[in-house]
Design a protein around this ligand. Structure first.
Ligand SMILES: Nc1nc2c(ncn2[C@@H]2O[C@H](COP(=O)(O)OP(=O)(O)OP(=O)(O)O)[C@@H](O)[C@H]2O)c(=O)[nH]1
Ligand SMILES: [Mg+2]
Length: 219
């Protein structure tokens, strides 16, 4: 597995770097999606399902950002994506410069869709624009329906909220309506998909939305 070691780049000009990268990716017709969530929320499991569903219709790449290991990059490459692992050098997020390094190592020119599986947490990744065209966050039901109250920036910044692990929601007293109302109060435009990657319930609605985003970007 190809692994690259990254250090955080200078943050002062991050927003500008992100805008430039977004423009380049639009010109190359590659949609970069920043996928953010807590550790263990189900990011890699969802990616595996997306990859098996959307390839070979789309050529898909994944940048797996972690502090250490290459287990997730191996999982998504087994599912059929072109993948590399990036190590953030201890940092809890990716910025635009780090994302550009990862994309160059991935050699993304031929790809339609690239996911950045960001480092697992609901705080730092929300603060840094990576240059992605879309931001998707996952909240899993075991984490609780109060998370929009505690981590508002992540919900404000995301275009799409996947509420995962719906199959176990009742074990955790997760109130779906409360969670949706809290997220919408922070971000009225956020698109929300409750689903289970385990049973597949709700997955087709999410894939329909995702396909629309890809088509709009590469058109
Ligand atoms: N019941 C249930 N379990 C799930 C679902 N999605 C993921 N899991 C389980 O949740 C655990 C963590 O899933 P991952 O996909 O590795 O989570 P992740 O967010 O990529 O984790 P990190 O990369 O370590 O932050 C695994 O044991 C999965 O099998 C789901 O929809 N339902
Ligand atoms: Mg993962």
């Amino acid at each position: 597995m190809k692994i690259i070691e990254l250090k955080e780049t200078i943050t002062a000009s991050n927003d500008l770097d992100a805008e430039v990268l977004r423009g380049e990716m639009k010109a190359k017709k590659t949609l970069l999606i920043n996928l953010m969530a807590s550790p263990g929320a189900g990011k890699t499991t969802l990616l595996e399902k997306i990859i098996s569903n959307l390839s070979p219709k789309y050529k898909i790449g994944v940048l797996e950002a972690d502090v250490d290991s290459d287990v997730d990059a191996i999982r998504v490459s087994m599912a059929g994506a072109k993948a590399i692992q990036v190590h953030t050098g201890g940092m809890c997020h990716m910025d635009a410069g780090m994302t550009r390094c990862g994309l160059e190592a991935l050699e993304y020119d031929e790809l339609d869709l690239v996911f950045l599986e960001n480092v697992g947490n609901l705080i730092c990744p929300a603060e840094f624009d990576t240059g992605a065209g879309k931001k998707i966050m996952i909240l899993s039901t075991p984490e609780g329906d109060d998370k929009p109250l505690k981590y508002p920036l992540m919900f404000r910044e995301s275009d799409c909220l996947v509420i995962s692990k719906m199959d176990v929601k009742d074990y955790f007293d997760f109130d779906l309506d409360k969670c949706i109302n809290r997220a919408k109060a922070l971000n009225p435009n956020i698109v929300i998909f409750p689903l289970s990657a385990k049973t597949g319930d709700g997955f087709s609605e999410f894939i329909k939305w995702l396909t629309e985003q890809i088509e709009e970007w590469i058109r």
